[in-house]
Design a protein around this ligand. Structure first.
Ligand code: BTN
Length: 332
């Protein structure tokens, strides 16, 4: 082993090597390849076992990679990640207060667009409108992506809708048509219950965006006991809806791929190309709703969306454009 590598770094490299090769590799081959000795290889293998990687280790035959744990570590998230930049630089934590707060610090110190922060647990996960986002350990996806769009801040609200669409597409793969819905602007529902929420935070100066934080929480493997009493009737998880566990790493990876595509399109043409899909996913289309925001509240029928992500509401024969707000569906 090179003197410059820590055991942790060496274990990471060894993992990558045996993982890519997938066959039984002899200790001779490994010591030769890494210009190392058997003790160092053994120490690295022991460390990998503590990280819950499944390996076959036979002192007579060698080492073979079997399986990786479904942990949101940067090693797992970046392995085989098919994006250009989203998530390629990744900071993963076991416990944080909020991934949005960590991402804000990173963005303030110049982190590039596409930088991702994830956590296995949040102790003060934040939702919209000052709410709490319950972030049970080891079961959900709690992730924040840093964006640095060059467009003006008035196009930022559409980023939430764009993210919702990417998420709806991603989750849609696990369900039949109609089971996953998007509740404008940034909730995803499965069988009518909330499975995911998005908290987008914008920092701009003199009409120029410095950065946008796109925070996403997904209830993946939560059981009934993971939700507080007040959410038991309105929230769900993928596991509860599908009746089986879902691997979080591939789910996060495919979301990042979809989000990057959606973002590229959004930069060029807002949501123009996605309007019909948005309408199809929307849980609000044709429903009587009330939208409230800082200016008060308004009732009407949800019709469709415009290319900026605004909701078009019909009220007494008039079409109204609502840029942002909190929606309540009215009972008919
Ligand atoms: C909502 O539905 O109110 C939005 C919830 C957003 C939760 C995510 S979890 C990752 C990121 N960090 C946070 O503190 N919040 C967002």
């Amino acid at each position: 082993m090179s003197k410059l590598l820590t055991l942790h770094e060496f274990a990471d490299r060894l993992l990558l090597y045996i993982r890519r090769r997938r066959t039984m590799l002899t200790f001779d081959e490994l010591t030769r390849h890494f210009n190392s000795d058997r003790d160092s290889i053994n120490a690295a293998l022991a460390l990998l076992a503590t990280w819950d990687y499944r390996l076959v280790v036979r002192s007579s035959k060698g080492v073979k990679f079997v399986d990786a744990p479904d942990y949101l570590t940067s090693t797992e998230i970046t392995y085989g990640l098919k994006t250009k930049s989203f998530g390629q630089r990744c900071y993963s934590y076991r416990t944080v207060k909020s991934t949005n707060d960590i991402a804000a610090q990173l963005a303030e110190s110049g982190a590039a667009e596409g930088t991702l922060v994830t956590a296995e647990e949040q102790t003060r996960g934040r939702g919209r409108l000052g709410r709490v986002w319950y972030s049970a350990p080891g079961t959900g996806i709690y992730a924040t992506l840093i964006l640095r769009p060059k467009f003006s801040p008035d196009r930022a609200p559409g980023l939430s809708v764009m993210t919702s669409l990417a998420l709806a597409r991603t989750l849609g793969r696990y369900f039949a048509a109609g089971e996953v819905q998007l509740k404008w602007p940034n909730d995803i529902l499965v069988h009518g219950r909330k499975v995911s929420g998005i908290l987008t935070e914008l920092v701009a100066e003199r009409n120029k965006i410095s950065y946008v934080l796109v925070g996403v929480g997904i209830n993946v493997n939560h059981g009934a006991g993971h939700f507080p009493t007040e959410l038991k009737q309105t929230a769900t998880s993928l596991r509860r809806a599908l009746k089986h566990k879902v691997k979080r790493v591939p789910l996060l990876q495919s979301f990042l791929v979809n989000l990057e595509k959606e973002y590229e399109t959004y930069k060029k043409s807002n949501l123009t190309k996605s309007l019909s899909l948005l309408k199809r996913y929307s849980s609000l289309t044709g429903r009587r709703i009330e939208v409230s925001n800082g200016d008060g509240s308004i009732q009407g029928t949800a019709i469709e969306f415009d290319a900026s992500g605004a909701l078009i509401l019909e009220r007494r024969g008039q079409r109204l454009r609502i840029a942002a707000g909190e929606v309540t569906v009215k009972k008919t």
